[in-house]
Ligand binder design. Structure first.
Ligand SMILES: NC(=O)c1ccc[n+]([C@@H]2O[C@H](COP(=O)([O-])OP(=O)(O)OC[C@H]3O[C@@H](n4cnc5c(N)ncnc54)[C@H](OP(=O)(O)O)[C@@H]3O)[C@@H](O)[C@H]2O)c1
Length: 291
């Protein structure tokens, strides 16, 4: 028995987070299946109550065999049977999917959308009734349970539904609650952020190779440096500038490298990157809303 191997604290934690609702994932692709795995691993609801939907039966069958969840190509039937509907299709596909399932949606259901740039009001209008809608911006690190997600609640979301939505994203990382207007900034920071950090890792590797390390060794060191530095900021609770000061000895290597980075405007570059991605997210959101 699995429970016999758990501590009382773990069992209590499971009980608190157990949501025990039927969940349908409309679009069990990269993000949809990452959330599904998180829900299963965190034991939020039994696998028999989870249904994966998509367009390619072979993909769904593989997912279903691996995770013991239900699968179907029939979105309407799946939505009818669900208490929670996760909208995980691409932005351009969402209007078609909403038009398809709108008759099946009920007022007691919770809709959770991770679709970038699509506003709660758009989904509300497409469904045509007052339904509980949560909009989220997760990131790709959800696939390794280290995601950074923000959630915004629509007008008709109850406190219980808010708790459920937070539990789902907590199953794959960290979650913050924001006003919907802030989701563009979230997209600019944590939604797009993995791309910036991949560039940093890539450049650190090249730096190591330039100075004579093998690519294999440089890669290992660069990855662990980024991972370990992030972990230290998180676990120490210290401001990154304090941690930076702690590793900067007078006249040493780090302060010379920092001077180099400052002279090329590293911090301004990253601030501008977040600002530019935020503005682009606002623009895309307007385009999607008009389509
Ligand atoms: N990837 C990210 O980093 C990220 C971050 C934040 C938010 N998002 C949002 O997450 C959503 C999904 O992104 P993704 O990267 O997971 O995309 P994805 O891997 O392409 O997944 C999309 C899924 O939608 C399914 N689908 C396509 N047409 C459908 C239809 N008519 N009915 C039902 N299912 C359908 C696809 O099915 P098949 O597999 O059968 O083709 C696929 O499983 C997007 O809206 C994106 O904006 C993504």
């Amino acid at each position: 028995m699995v429970n016999e191997q758990k501590t009382a604290k773990e069992v209590e934690s499971d009980r608190q987070h157990h949501i025990d609702r039927s969940i349908v994932i409309l679009g069990a692709g990269n993000m949809g299946s990452a959330l599904m795995k998180g829900i299963i691993n965190a034991n939020l609801t039994p696998t028999a109550k989870i249904t994966a939907c998509g367009v390619h039966l072979d993909k769904l069958q593989r997912l279903s065999a691996q995770w013991r969840v239900n699968h179907t190509l029939n979105l309407v039937e799946a939505v009818e049977a669900a208490e929670i509907v996760l909208l995980c299709v691409k932005p351009q596909t969402l209007p078609k999917v909403l038009a398809q399932v709108r008759q099946a949606v009920r007022k007691d259901q919770l809709l959770i959308s991770i679709v970038a740039g699509v506003k709660i009001a758009f989904i509300q209008n497409a469904i045509g009734q007052q339904v509980a809608i949560v909009r989220s911006m997760p990131n790709i690190a959800s696939t390794v349970d280290e995601g950074a997600a923000a959630v915004a609640f629509g007008e008709f979301v109850s406190e219980e539904q808010q708790r459920i939505a937070v539990s789902i994203f907590e199953a794959v990382g960290e979650v913050v609650v924001v006003a919907e207007e802030q989701l563009d900034a979230v997209t600019g920071l944590s939604g797009s952020g993995p791309a910036y950090i991949y560039m940093v890792i890539e450049a650190l590797i090249d730096g190591g190779v330039k100075m004579g390390l093998s690519r294999e060794i440089a890669t290992k060191l660069a990855i662990q440096t980024v991972l370990g530095s992030a972990k230290l900021v998180k676990e120490s609770g210290l401001h990154p500038a304090i941690l930076r000061d702690q590793v900067t000895t007078p006249g040493g290597t780090a302060i010379n490298a920092i001077h180099e980075l400052e002279s090329h405007g590293l911090r301004s570059m990253l601030i501008n990157a977040v600002a530019t991605a935020t503005r682009r997210s606002e623009e895309l959101s307007k385009i999607i809303s008009k389509s």
